[in-house]
Design a protein around this ligand. Structure first.
Ligand code: FAD
Length: 427
């Protein structure tokens, strides 16, 4: 079967793929996006049932379309987020082919462009954009052996409390996923242990403005790189129940048992680090830093926003912090399930080009990789803090589309003689 030819091929039809289609379309660059499943599939089938967007509707969207049926400050449920991207793709007439998996991309021998093998035959493209997501493969650290008498699952496999066997649950990881899942399980009547690592804990809102607004006006969404030393710091924030600030002491007061990092397992017992208090305190420090920066911004700009001293009130340390558990006997504590909310890795084994560093990580600058014609989109910190977020990926896609357009002007240049001949022929 003859291969299909296209100028630019996008791998993935999530929000990144949709944004890329919009910008390439505006520039008149021929393109196709191949999605192995459905548009925005991860929002549909790889997240828990009750998930809502972490940012309000006015913020977590593309510039060209608002969420229909939601208020600007609502936190949109995940199904509606997926439907939004489907609708957006229709609106811009995005050429996304669903149900087509890309299995290999390789450089053409001695010629410009790439050969792209897919579940629906071969494509040839001059540019390839890997938009397969920041959070692709679930990462479970090798702490508890598979044969241990407890069910282990990753947060991406968790759906709802009814899915789990009766009994207590240990949730490992207190970023946005872990903390929301732990809270939901506790409210469903389960005994929950939450293993808390280093985290940032911004206020959901402060002095009448959501934290996404504060990150915007303080320039923090545009931060170009993670602060040194914060590489393993996750962010605990939630849009659940209309949006609320995560307060670990409050969760403990409601019955959750906080523990330190989950370090090892032996003889039916899980061992925790002695870092619980330091981790919760670290989150408090981050929380206060944002309040301070917000206060300074208000003062500097003379804004009339209501004071909110209650945001600085610290609850007393709960018993699980003053007498932290160093280990948990899973059987005695009737823990039947461990949910690892420990993040994701990436798998680019299909991308067989020179776009990776010595550690196998994508080598790129703002998504422009070291292999001429290959681009990455949607990765954490691709250009800034906002790069994995809905609004941020749209701007990164614009930059990459511009780069491709510029590259095309060089590719199409044929020299002065050819230009003159063409002008003469058309005169
Ligand atoms: C729990 C959770 C909550 C989040 N909440 C928010 C939020 O509220 N607001 C926000 O802005 N961001 C949020 N994010 C971050 C981000 O918006 C999402 O991760 C989003 O799904 C990333 O979109 P993407 O298009 O870059 O990647 P993905 O959504 O991962 O899309 C990649 C697509 O590529 C497809 N694909 C992969 N490999 C191939 C292949 N070989 N061939 C063809 N297709 C392939 C996949 O099927 C997938 O559909 C959240 C992330 C998580 C994990």
């Amino acid at each position: 079967m003859a291969s299909k030819k296209v100028e630019t091929l996008i791998v993935g039809g999530g929000q990144a793929g949709v944004a890329m289609c919009e910008h390439l379309g505006k520039l008149g660059i021929s393109h196709v996006a191949l999605e192995r499943s459905r548009i925005a599939e991860r929002w549909r089938s790889e997240r828990w049932d009750s998930l809502v967007a972490n940012g309000p509707a006015w913020h977590d969207r593309f510039p060209g379309l608002e969420f229909e049926g939601f208020g600007q400050d609502d936190f949109v449920p995940k199904e509606a987020v997926a439907a939004y991207f489907e609708r957006y793709a229709e609106m811009i007439d995005a050429p996304i082919r669903c149900g087509v998996e890309v299995t290999e991309v390789r450089k053409k021998d001695g010629a410009r462009g790439f050969v792209v093998e897919t579940s629906d035959g071969t494509y040839e493209a001059n540019s390839v954009i890997a938009a397969t997501g920041p959070f692709q493969t679930p990462v479970i650290p090798p702490v508890i052996p598979a044969e241990a008498p407890v069910t282990q699952m990753h947060s991406s496999a968790y759906r709802n409390p009814a899915q789990l066997e009766d009994g207590a649950v240990l949730v490992v990881g207190a970023g946005s996923s872990g903390v929301q899942i732990a809270d939901e399980l506790m409210k469903s009547g389960r005994k929950v242990y939450l293993s808390v690592g280093p985290h940032d804990r911004p206020p959901r809102s402060y002095r009448g403005r959501d934290f996404v607004w504060w990150l915007g006006v303080l320039g923090l969404w545009d931060a170009p790189a993670m602060e040194p030393g914060k590489e393993h710091v996750t962010i605990a924030v939630s849009g659940a129940e209309g949006g609320k600030t995560i307060d670990f002491r409050e969760l403990a007061a409601q019955g959750m048992t906080l523990v330190g990092r989950t370090n090892s397992y032996s003889d039916g017992k899980v061992m925790f680090g002695t870092d619980l208090v330091a981790n919760v305190d670290g989150g408090d420090t981050d929380h206060r830093a944002l309040l301070d920066a917000a206060d300074a911004y208000i003062a500097r700009n003379g804004l009339d926003l209501p004071e909110e001293p209650s945001a600085r009130v610290k609850r007393p340390d709960p018993d699980c912090m003053t007498n932290p558990l160093s280990e948990l006997d899973l059987e005695k504590a009737e823990v039947k399930t461990v949910i690892w909310s420990t993040g994701f890795g990436q798998d680019y084994s299909w991308l067989k080009v020179n776009a990776f560093d010595a550690d196998g990580k994508p080598a790129h600058q703002r998504g422009v990789s070291t292999e001429d014609g290959v681009y990455f989109l949607g990765l954490p910190w691709l250009s800034r803090r906002g790069s994995t977020f809905i609004w941020g990926v749209w701007h990164d896609a614009k930059y990459i589309a511009d780069h491709i357009a510029t590259r095309l002007t060089y590719a199409h240049y044929e020299g002065t003689e050819a230009e003159d001949a063409r002008k003469a022929a058309s005169a």
